[in-house]
Write a protein that binds this ligand. Structure first.
Ligand code: ADP
Ligand code: MG
Length: 619
């Protein structure tokens, strides 16, 4: 139990620190708590109102802000001042969303195409973080009004496919809204918590969570053992959802009516009306066979068969993602015992049918698919409040994380699909005598050469005490916390000098980019292997040259002229081979040099040993 507080207005006793769970959705957002008396999760709502808060923000001409249903009503009347789907812009540059820009009826600034997008309303500029914070502030206010207590702590959910930058942006939005974000958790993990899957700790269960919302699609394969939720793999598309169904219906109507088409392209408010009518049609078709209405004297209609045909390609795309997720988890379809349906779009019968026939197993759809994520977030909040110790959550990394080593090679510390939180350390050393700094470059991706991967961060680890090459022990650690945020630290073990950076990339990768990187890693696997072998041979050659040169300088006394000459020749041959791209040639030159120098090394050892035996230091 936390502290007890008394509400002065009502005189009632209440728990001081209520942690809320928030589903910050692309289309709809909700806030939920675990009820202190019933111990059951509930979505918060005013009496007679809906728990769903549309993720829409309206700015009037004086920059007054309205969020939720009232803002939703402005979509048609004030398209330029009414922001929807801001979550889809989180962590994106203008270049990332260029191809979709026409979809947004408001103004997205396009002059600086590389940096994070800004949205202009009236004369002010807003980032997606600002906009998300406005939605979170509204949820916070509603929760405080309903609970009659301050709400300052929250658990917020994000799509499983959100990268570091997008998670960080969500956390920042929470901070801006005055919320201490205790944990960012994946939506599918929250949904499975809500279904109480894993309560029976005697059974191991493998499940799939299929989440089709308004703007994002996620498929996650989870394994639940002893109350522990482990995400085996995730796949999805942050540009696929019910919005696409709406758009397909709009396009269908426009194709059928040229006059309507003209009006649509000349009048933004008609465009919005059509979008909203398309959504109404889609929802109606979840329970009936026909939809028809009139817009500006135009009669428009659509039947279920046509709708199913229109959305068929989108459903197929989601099933392809399911196949990929299964492949990544090394499972067969028959290994999946249960499927959980999440997101308003899973109410579409054709979606349910496709998911059922693909997985061919039991489908969980008893909890309201709009609320299930928020309910799970509330359960996680309850766990963090210390009220529920039955669960532990584990998530996974979508791409491998590693360091650049000699020759531009990627040295993977945390492989893709590793569990988080996670910590991995590895020791590195210096290449040159007296080297006092080391460049630590952090990369994300699956390719063997860092130039083909994505740089996340770079820092110069300085202050290494002067030592011969190879002697310093620099331990580099990668720590991913439960939110998926990476901290990289380096420590020189002999001196204890330490430095670290938190990796907050400017903006992250789109799903398409993640997929492209994965595909390329397969396509180029052979080339990469050959390149890696060549780089390794070159690095080895360079090291041997440097060691041999040093050895000769130190030990001229025990070598004769012929030996020095032979070594110099072999060194030169090796040096020359390094300028070419033939791995085998380099290796044969290394071998030739070794043949010549091997006896010297033995002789030097003998000399050292006899020195030691005669009481002198070998150092
Ligand atoms: P998000 O998580 O992206 O915010 P939601 O899970 O709230 O989205 O789902 C919103 C989507 O669900 C919207 O595209 C909405 O049109 C769709 N939706 C809601 N109810 C229905 C329904 N009865 N039939 C079909 N689609 C629906
Ligand atoms: Mg959702």
């Amino acid at each position: 139990m936390g502290k007890i507080a008394i509400n002065i207005a009502t005189g009632s006793l209440q728990q001081a620190e209520m942690i809320v769970g928030i589903d910050l959705g692309t289309t709809n957002s909700l806030v939920a708590i675990v009820h202190p008396e019933t111990k059951k999760p509930v979505c918060l709502k005013e009496h007679n109102a809906n728990s769903i808060v549309p993720s829409v923000i309206y700015f009037d001409e004086f920059d007054n802000i309205t969020v939720g249903e009232m803002a939703h009503d402005q979509l048609e009347l004030n398209p330029a001042n009414t922001i929807f789907s801001a979550k889809r812009l989180m962590g994106k540059s203008y270049n990332d969303i260029k191809s979709k820009a026409a979809y947004y009826a408001y103004k997205i600034i396009d002059d600086d195409t590389e940096s994070l997008v800004k949205i202009q309303v009236n004369n002010k500029f807003y980032s997606p973080i600002d906009l998300s914070s406005l939605i979170l502030k509204e949820l916070k206010n509603r929760a405080e009004h309903i609970l009659k207590t301050p709400v300052t702590k929250a658990v917020i959910t994000v799509p499983a496919y959100f990268n570091d930058a997008q998670r960080q942006a969500t956390r920042d939005a929470g901070k801006l809204a005055g919320l201490d974000v205790l944990r960012i958790i994946n939506e599918p993990t929250a949904a499975s918590l809500a279904y109480g899957l894993g309560i029976d700790t005697t059974k191991e269960k493998t499940i799939a969570v299929y989440d089709l919302g308004g703007g994002t699609f996620d498929i996650s394969i989870l394994k639940i053992t002893n109350g522990i939720f482990e995400v085996l793999s995730t796949n999805g598309d942050t540009y696929l959802g019910g919005d696409d169904f709406d758009k397909a219906i709009v396009d269908y109507w426009l194709k059928a009516n040229e006059e309507l088409q003209e009006l649509y392209y000349s009048n933004q408010s008609i465009a919005q009306t059509l979008r909203l009518q398309a959504e109404a049609a889609k929802k109606q078709l979840s329970t009936s066979n026909n939809f028809s209405t009139t817009i500006n004297e135009f009669q428009i209609s659509i039947d279920l068969d046509t709708f199913n045909e229109l959305i068929h390609p989108f459903i197929n795309k989601t099933i392809d993602c399911c196949k990929k997720a299964l492949k990544d988890s090394d499972l067969k379809i028959s290994d999946i015992e249960t499927v959980v349906l999440v997101g308003g779009s899973t109410r579409v019968p054709a979606v349910k049918k496709a998911v059922h026939s693909f997985f061919n197993t039991e489908i969980n759809d008893s909890i309201n698919p709009d609320e299930v994520v928020a309910l799970g977030a509330a359960i996680q909040a309850d766990i963090l409040a210390g009220n529920n110790k039955d669960f532990l959550l584990l998530d996974v990394t979508p791409l491998s994380l590693g360091l650049e080593t000699m020759g531009g090679l990627m040295d993977v510390l945390i492989p893709r699909n590793s569990k988080i939180p996670n910590k991995v350390s590895r020791q590195y050393t210096t290449q040159k005598d007296g080297q006092s700094s080391m460049r630590i470059s952090v990369f994300q991706g699956e390719r063997d050469l860092v130039k083909d991967n994505r740089k996340l961060a770079e820092f110069n680890f300085t202050g290494i005490p002067g030592m011969p090459a190879g002697l310093p022990k620099v331990e580099v650690s990668f720590l991913i916390n439960a939110d998926g945020i990476l901290t990289v630290s380096a420590k020189e073990l002999r001196s204890g000098i330490e430095q670290s950076v938190e990796v907050k990339p400017q903006y992250g990768l789109t799903d398409a980019e993640v997929e492209k990187m994965l595909l390329e890693s397969i396509t180029y696997a052979k080339d990469d292997m050959a390149t890696r072998a060549l780089v390794e041979a070159k690095t080895e050659g360079e090291q041997i040259i440097s060691v041999t040169e040093k050895f000769i300088q130190k030990n001229t006394a025990i070598l004769n002229k012929e030996e020095i000459l032979a070594t110099a020749n072999a060194l030169q041959a090796l040096q020359l081979s390094l300028t070419m791209t033939d791995k085998n040639l380099i290796q044969s030159k290394i071998e030739e040099l070794n043949e010549i120098t091997r006896p010297f090394a033995e002789r030097a050892m003998d000399a050292a040993v006899s020195n030691a035996l005669s009481g002198k230091s070998i150092l």
